[in-house]
Ligand binder design. Structure first.
Ligand code: SF4
Length: 460
C-alpha cells in the first residue's frame, strides 16, 4: 500500500527521478540477476539511459548514481561522500565489483553507460536498460526499468498495468481507503477527525503505530540536518555554472540583524531554509524527497519556520504536518504524477507547494475542508509550471523556485483559512487539471533542458 513513508524518503541529490531512481534500478537489476543465477556469468555490464534520463543525465548525476547502484549503494543509507569516493575509484581504476558478485570486471563509464536521448520510451520518458554480458559477448541477463518520479521505479510490466490504477487499487485496501480528495474528506466527516488521523490509521495497515511515528520523526530529523548543513556550507555548486551557495550569507545576515517586527522578514526565513536544502541537493547531499528532490526545500522550509520555536521542534505539529502533506502527496501520485519528466515542474514544485499548504493549514487548526482548499490553492497557481533547468543542473531555476514555492504555500494556507465554504474549484479538479496540462505540455519543458531558461540562458 502506498505509504506516507514512500512519499517522504531519505535520498541523495540532485534528483529523485534522475539520481535516486537510477541508483535503485541498478541495484535492483543486480539483485534480480543474482536471483536468476546470472551474476556469476557477467563479464561486462552495459547500461543505456533513455529519453529524459539521458538528456539531463550528466547534470542530474544519473551516470554516477548508476555506478553507485551497481556498487550496491542504497539511497536511504548512502553517505554521499563515501559513495562519491567509490565512484571516483571505479572511474580511475577501470574496474567494478558488481553488488553481490565475487570478482571485479572491467568497466569504463564512457563505454558502458550510454546516453541515448534519441530513444524516447513509450511507457515513461525516464527509461533505463541494463544488460549483463558474458565472456562470449552474449546477453546473460537484461531488464528495463523506468524512474517514474519521487525516487519510485517500475518495470515495464508494472507500467503496462497503469500505475495509477495499481495504486488506486492498493489505496482501496487501506483501513480508511481513499483515492480522491472527496473520499478523504468523506472519511473525515464520517469519523469527525482530521486528514492526518485518516492517513495515520491507514499507516497502521503497513506497520505498528510506533514504527510510523518513528519513521516520521526520522524524516524530520533528516530534513532538519539538511537545513542545518545547508545554512553552514559555503562555496560553489558543482556542474560548471559557477553558482555560489547563497543560504549561509543570507542566514548570517538574518541572525546578525533580527528585526522581530519586520513582517517582510518572513520571506527571508522561508527563502533561506528552502535554499539551504536545495543547495545541499544540488551539491549531491543527503535530502528528503518531498515529494521529489528538485522540490525538496519547500516542506522543510515551512516546517522550520512554523513548527520550530526557540530551536525546539514541536514534534506533534510536525507529525500532523507530515501526515497531512503526505496524504495530499499520495493523491497526486495516485491520480496524476510527481515526475517532472511527465508533468513539468508543476508536478514537482507545484505538488510540494500544495502539500506544504495543506500541512500548514492543518497545524494552524484548519478544518479538513480548509486543508483541502489550501492544497488546491497551492497547486492552482502553479499550473503550467515548466521544467527547464539550465545546463541540465538542478540549480537554475530550481533553487530559487523552492523559495518562491515555500512563500506561496504559506499564502495558500492563509487564503484557505480566511475563506468561506464556497470554493469553486476542488482539489480533485485541480489535480486532474495538472495531469491534463502535463500531458499537453511539450517535451521541451519536461526535464529535457531543450526549452525555456535552459536554451535562453547562456551557460558560463
Ligand atoms: S525546474 Fe522544477 S522539475 Fe525541473 S529540475 Fe528544477 S525543480 Fe525539478
Amino acid at each position: 500500500m502506498l505509504s506516507v513513508l514512500d512519499i517522504f524518503k531519505v535520498g541523495v541529490g540532485p534528483s529523485s527521478s534522475h539520481t535516486v531512481g537510477p541508483m535503485r534500478a541498478a541495484r535492483r537489476f543486480l539483485v534480480e540477476a543474482g536471483e536468476a543465477g546470472a551474476l556469476s556469468a557477467a563479464d561486462r555490464v552495459h547500461v543505456e539511459l533513455h529519453g529524459s534520463l539521458a538528456l539531463t543525465g550528466i547534470g542530474h548525476g544519473s551516470d554516477r548514481a548508476t555506478i553507485m547502484g551497481l556498487l550496491g549503494f542504497e539511497p536511504e543509507t548512502t553517505d554521499p561522500d563515501v559513495a562519491a569516493l567509490a565512484v571516483d575509484g571505479v572511474k580511475s581504476e577501470g574496474v567494478i565489483t558488481l553488488c553481490g558478485a565475487a570478482r571485479a570486471i572491467a568497466f569504463d563509464p564512457r563505454r558502458d553507460i550510454e546516453l541515448r536521448g534519441d530513444i524516447i520510451p513509450k511507457l515513461h520518458p525516464n527509461g533505463m536498460r541494463l544488460r549483463l554480458i558474458d565472456a562470449k559477448g552474449a546477453t546473460a541477463f537484461e531488464q528495463t526499468y523506468y524512474s517514474v518520479g519521487g525516487g519510485f521505479i517500475a518495470s515495464a510490466r508494472q507500467l503496462e498495468a497503469p500505475a495509477e490504477d495499481d495504486l488506486i487499487v492498493q489505496a482501496r485496501a487501506g483501513r480508511r481507503p481513499f483515492a480522491s480528495a472527496a473520499e478523504l474528506l468523506a472519511h473525515c466527516a464520517d469519523l469527525n477527525c482530521d486528514v492526518a488521523d485518516v492517513v495515520l490509521e491507514n499507516e497502521d495497515e503497513v506497520r505498528p503505530r510506533r514504527g510510523t511515528l518513528a519513521g516520521l520523526d526520522a524524516i524530520w530529523a533528516a530534513m532538519h540536518a539538511c537545513v542545518t548543513r545547508g545554512l553552514k556550507t559555503e562555496g560553489e555548486l558543482p556542474g560548471g555554472l559557477n553558482v555560489r551557495r547563497r543560504a549561509p550569507k543570507l542566514y548570517e545576515s538574518l541572525i546578525d540583524a533580527p528585526l522581530a517586527n519586520d513582517s517582510e522578514r518572513l520571506f527571508d526565513w522561508l527563502n533561506v531554509y528552502a535554499m539551504a536544502v536545495n543547495e545541499e541537493n544540488a551539491a549531491g547531499g543527503r535530502v528528503v524527497t518531498a515529494p521529489t528532490n528538485g522540490a525538496a526545500g519547500i516542506i522543510p522550509a515551512v516546517l522550520m519556520h512554523y513548527c520550530v520555536e526557540d530551536n525546539e521542534a514541536q514534534i506533534d505539529r510536525i507529525r500532523t504536518f507530515l501526515l497531512t502533506a503526505g496524504g495530499v502527496g499520495m493523491l497526486y501520485k495516485m491520480r496524476a504524477s510527481i515526475s517532472g519528466a511527465e508533468m513539468g515542474c508543476q508536478g514537482e514544485v507545484g505538488v510540494a507547494c500544495s502539500m506544504a499548504a495543506a500541512g500548514l493549514a492543518a497545524v494552524w487548526g484548519g478544518t479538513p475542508r480548509q486543508v483541502e482548499r489550501a492544497a488546491e490553492i497551492g497547486m492552482e497557481h502553479n499550473l503550467g509550471l515548466t521544467c527547464d533547468p539550465v545546463g541540465g543542473l538542478v540549480q537554475i531555476p530550481c533553487i530559487e523556485r523552492n523559495a518562491i514555492g515555500a512563500v506561496k504555500a504559506a499564502n495558500a494556507a492563509r487564503l484557505a483559512l480566511r475563506s468561506g465554504d464556497d470554493a469553486k474549484v476542488s482539489l480533485d479538479q485541480v489535480i486532474e487539471t495538472m495531469r491534463q496540462t502535463g500531458l499537453d505540455m511539450s517535451t521541451k519543458y519536461k526535464e529535457t533542458s531543450e526549452g525555456g531558461l535552459a536554451v535562453n540562458v547562456v551557460e558560463c
